[in-house]
Write a protein that binds this ligand. Structure first.
Ligand SMILES: [Mg+2]
Length: 236
């Protein structure tokens, strides 16, 4: 079997945070004097892209240091917002636990491909106890551009597996057209899951290799694991 690197997006893909991330961003930029600097869609944007857009809206030059200063505040507020979100609103999506278990049994490389900074990923995933499942990742702290951060994740995944990247099957699992185009940008497969704000049809139209309503949908686990027949999926 080909060595396989899985790169999971976080928000909308692995979990729903009850908008904890959005509230933390809004509180961050409210401190700059405007409550509505973040009145745009966050889906698929990296943390640095969100900060850049908010600072620009505020008329502040989005230098690297200005972006990182705003995100330092964001991380402090994110910890608070994640902790205060009700358990009913903060949850892993259907099929995620089973997918991670099956991938672990097959010894696939389980990683993240997320626009969150590393620390933001840790905060969000720790609340639901799965942060330690991910051995590596490409993060918003690696690059502002999603394609570039996925490239970092894929390279780290190959190193983790001890295989040349060219020999690896790389699979991006995401919930937005931006995940799909970034996956295509590095020549990876993309499994689109309609657990965020985009429907199955929208993800299919933008060119995802496979699309499922969730990772719990029939066939999703088989595709993730690389079982074309689906007949060898343990626990299915
Ligand atoms: Mg997402």
């Amino acid at each position: 079997m080909r060595p396989t690197v899985l790169l999971f997006d976080i928000d909308g893909t692995l979990l729903t945070t009850g908008h904890a991330g959005r509230r933390a961003m809004e509180r961050t930029f409210a401190r700059y004097g405007s409550a509505d600097a973040c009145s745009f869609r966050f889906d698929g944007l990296t943390d640095k892209q969100i900060a850049r857009q908010a600072l620009t809206t505020l008329g502040i030059e989005p230098t690297e240091s200005a972006i990182m200063a705003s995100l330092a505040t964001y991380l402090e507020l994110l910890e608070e917002e994640v902790q205060r979100t009700a358990a009913a609103d903060y949850r892993l999506h259907d099929g995620v636990v089973e997918a991670l278990r099956a991938a672990r049994e097959r010894e696939l490389g389980i990683g993240l491909g997320t626009g969150n900074l590393v620390e933001g990923a840790r905060i969000k995933l720790s609340r639901v106890g799965v942060y330690e499942e991910f051995a590596f990742g490409g993060f918003g702290s690696d690059a502002e551009d999603r394609t570039e951060l996925l490239r970092h994740g894929a390279e780290r995944g190959a190193r983790h597996l001890g295989a040349p990247l060219a020999d690896c099957r790389v699979v991006v699992i995401g919930d937005t057209p931006k995940d799909v185009s970034a996956a295509r940008g590095i020549g990876a497969e993309c499994i689109g899951v309609a657990t965020g704000t985009y429907a199955v049809e929208a993800l299919r139209e933008c060119g995802a290799t496979h699309v499922f309503p969730s990772l719990a949908a029939p066939g999703a686990l088989a595709v993730l694991l690389g079982d074309d027949t689906g007949g060898r999926v343990r626990g299915a």
